[in-house]
Design a binder for this molecule. Structure first.
Ligand SMILES: Nc1ncnc2c1ncn2[C@@H]1O[C@H](COP(=O)(O)OP(=O)(O)OP(=O)(O)O)[C@@H](O)[C@H]1O
Ligand SMILES: [Mg+2]
Length: 508
């Protein structure tokens, strides 16, 4: 059987970065070939070469056994190669259908757009994804998860023979992931070869046939997924053993309350939610996606209005109307949509990190102390393992996961008493995760009150002193660390009362 694609001796350099060193990769028809490696290992770069976005500096590539060098996405599509990018590339002001069929809109006579056909063709692709969405929906009104699904529909519309998925599930919930996996199974049956990139280790066992591991731009190995333990794959990725420990935590049950929320409500998304967080405490928020956790965070941070309810900081009622007033009250929020709110991508890593707390770096004359900024930037680059040639690199040149680490560094540095982290380790590699946990624990030990929203239960169980569980806008329980198990949390997370309206997922 000929390989669909074969890559050998691939080389790629960027200024200051040897991104790919003698890398090999091949893809067979009807297989899911996972590409694994830490943030910055070179996964996206290799796939951008395969899909014609970057030119390679060396090595060869065969498609169906014939030499190929696609010089753009169009040329790659002609070879049957499609890619779903890690970063969403949709046009926000267009409708879902206009995005899916962009550049190939069905036309009537005199070149007039055939709206009906455009929407019908898109509806068909949505149906195959089991995605309930009106093709006329404007993209900007949709959650990141649903934008990701539009992106996937767009790639499928080309009927590719090779489909590259670069972290397609980073923003999806369990139901959406299951639907996607069904689509992947169907594509496999049709003989499509799929390259699959993900930092969610559990997915690899579920869908991958083979796994290729990159480390620091170098090819490490290709293994069969079925007979390779995850711990081996992780070790190959990280180059050392990673231990998962559950540390003891200090008792904070008597500490003063830093944040108290009373009877918070907003439409059907948040219904009568009350809880508190103490100084030094990490309060986890568990629940299925759309349960209302992000919405609670956004209301506390003043990003969305509330219908009723009270917020108290250090036992004083505060009138939070905007994010600005929230920050003044000492509340910080790392949003799950980091691209839009967290980064100035045209600025350097150093400037982005320092921006979190310019006051700290401004001298009496208002001139910024670059040396101090550099010191702090280098410290966080080191602690979080941010892969960058220097702290003066522009953020847009970093890999997806390393950009996220920069946002996280900003919020870790920010001088807030109360910090809310929404999915802090999404898209972050397994080695850096434990470092982020350690930093969150440090912040708590310094007396900050911390809320962590995460869809990864092991993460919640590992970090939280107490776990608040939400379902359909309600708080269904608060479980102390000692009593928390995956089972009892899941039970609370699915404890529906049947009252919630059948709304589409919460828009944010
Ligand atoms: N356009 C670019 N200019 C400069 N450096 C780049 C560019 N694209 C990627 N790099 C660098 O090449 C290396 C590999 O990046 P790549 O995006 O391939 O990583 P990745 O394995 O996809 O990581 P992640 O899991 O974070 O997405 C990184 O050090 C990155 O900073
Ligand atoms: Mg990447």
């Amino acid at each position: 059987m000929t390989n669909l694609v074969e890559m050998k001796g691939i080389e790629k350099r960027f200024p200051g970065v040897h991104a790919l060193k003698d890398v090999q990769f091949d893809l067979r028809p009807g297989e899911v070939h996972a590409l694994m490696g830490e943030n910055g290992a070179g996964k996206s770069t290799l796939m951008k070469i395969m899909s014609g976005i970057y030119a390679r500096d060396g090595g060869e590539m065969l498609v169906d056994g014939k030499p190929a060098a696609p010089d753009g996405p169009r040329a790659a599509q002609d070879l049957g190669i499609g890619i779903i990018h890690q970063e969403l590339s949709l046009m926000n002001d267009l409708t879902a259908a206009q995005n899916v069929l962009i550049g190939r809109e069905p036309r009537r006579r005199f070149g007039r757009l055939d709206e009906a056909a455009l929407n019908a063709q898109t509806a068909e692709i949505f149906a195959s994804l089991n995605l309930k969405m009106d093709p006329r929906t404007q993209v900007s009104t949709q959650t990141i998860a649903r934008q990701q699904l539009i992106e996937i529909a767009k790639a499928l519309s080309y009927s590719p023979r090779v489909l590259i998925m670069d972290e397609p599930t980073a923003a999806l919930n369990d139901t959406e992931i299951n639907e996607l996996f069904k689509v992947i199974d169907k594509l496999k049956n049709d003989g499509v070869g799929i390259v699959y990139i993900s930092h969610r280790m559990d997915e690899i066992k579920r869908i991958a046939d083979r796994v290729t591991i990159l480390r620091d731009g170098a090819y490490i190995d290709t293994v069969q997924a079925a007979d390779t333990p995850l711990s081996t794959i992780i070790q190959l990725m990280v180059g050392r053993e990673v231990t998962q420990d559950t540390p003891d935590i200090p008792d904070t049950s008597q500490s003063p309350v830093a944040l108290e929320v009373r009877n918070l409500s907003r439409g059907s998304e948040v219904r009568d939610v009350s809880f508190n967080v103490r100084k030094g405490e990490i309060l986890g928020f568990a629940g299925l996606m759309g349960a209302g956790r992000t919405e609670v965070a956004r209301i506390i941070f003043g990003a969305d209005p509330r219908d009723s309810g009270e917020i108290l900081v250090h036992e004083q009622p505060v009138n939070i109307r905007t994010p600005h007033t929230a920050v003044q009250a000492g509340i910080g929020y790392l949003s799950e949509d980091r691209k839009h709110f967290g980064l100035a991508v045209d600025m350097t890593v150093r400037a982005n990190i320092a921006m979190a707390d310019l006051g700290r770096f401004a001298g009496r004359s208002g001139v910024l102390n670059e040396t101090a900024m550099e010191r702090v930037a280098l410290e966080y680059i080191d602690r979080l393992g941010i892969r960058t040639p220097s702290d003066m690199q522009e953020v847009r040149f970093l890999s997806g996961g390393n950009q996220q680490k920069v946002v996280i560094a900003k919020w870790l540095l920010r001088d807030c008493d109360i910090l809310i982290f929404d999915e802090p380790t999404r898209g972050i590699d397994i080695g850096a995760k434990s470092e982020i946990y350690a930093l969150l624990e440090d912040l708590a030990a310094q007396g900050r009150a911390i809320i962590v929203i995460s869809s990864e239960l092991p993460e919640i169980l590992r970090l939280s002193h107490r776990i608040a569980v939400m379902c359909e806008g309600r708080l269904t329980g608060i479980v102390p660390r000692e009593e928390a198990t995956q089972e009892n949390i899941m039970k609370l997370a699915t404890q529906t009362d049947g009252l919630a309206e059948q709304t589409e997922e919460t828009t944010q």
